[in-house]
Design a protein around this ligand. Structure first.
Ligand code: SF4
Length: 142
């Protein structure tokens, strides 16, 4: 990210309100690392074969959690409006909205904020905190 794109140098506000909107809707990918997959599998107490068959697909050549036909993540529990694997959710979910794609411009941030009621309110994240989160997100690419 170039210095000129650090529009967030004074920090941004975000506190998740647990609405689950980012787990639903538009089709995408829910990437996870091998270690994250193992943690989810252990959390669910399913063996490797069942885990892959029931919950995993490939998106752009990488393992991703399956989405239902309506775009909801397979782990989103609509009846309870929550993630069924929340304690072991992958970094992609945990790091939102501190993704390079979201943080690349203020316009991008505000476009996402129209769908996420947790953005632009709540806890102030400082620039060093944002940098650390973006570094962690980059470490997830693979
Ligand atoms: S859309 Fe935003 S506020 Fe709602 S669950 Fe996702 S991160 Fe939290």
């Amino acid at each position: 990210m170039s210095a000129g794109s650090r529009w967030w140098s004074r920090g941004v506000r975000f506190s998740c309100v647990g609405c689950g909107r980012c787990c639903r809707g538009e089709p995408g990918a829910i990437f996870f690392t091998r270690e994250e997959g193992a943690r989810v599998r252990e959390f669910l107490s399913v063996d490797e074969d069942a885990f892959r068959r029931r919950f995993v697909t490939l998106r752009w050549g990488r393992p991703s959690f399956i989405e239902r036909s309506n775009g909801d993540c397979i782990f989103y529990r609509a009846d309870e409006a929550r993630c069924a694997v929340y304690p072991v959710r992958p970094a992609q979910c945990r790091l939102f909205p501190f993704w390079a794609e979201v943080m690349r411009s203020e316009d991008s941030w505000n476009a996402h904020a129209r769908h996420c009621p947790g953005m632009n309110g709540g806890r102030l994240y400082s620039a060093p905190e944002i940098e650390a989160l973006l570094r962690e997100e980059r470490g997830q690419e693979g």
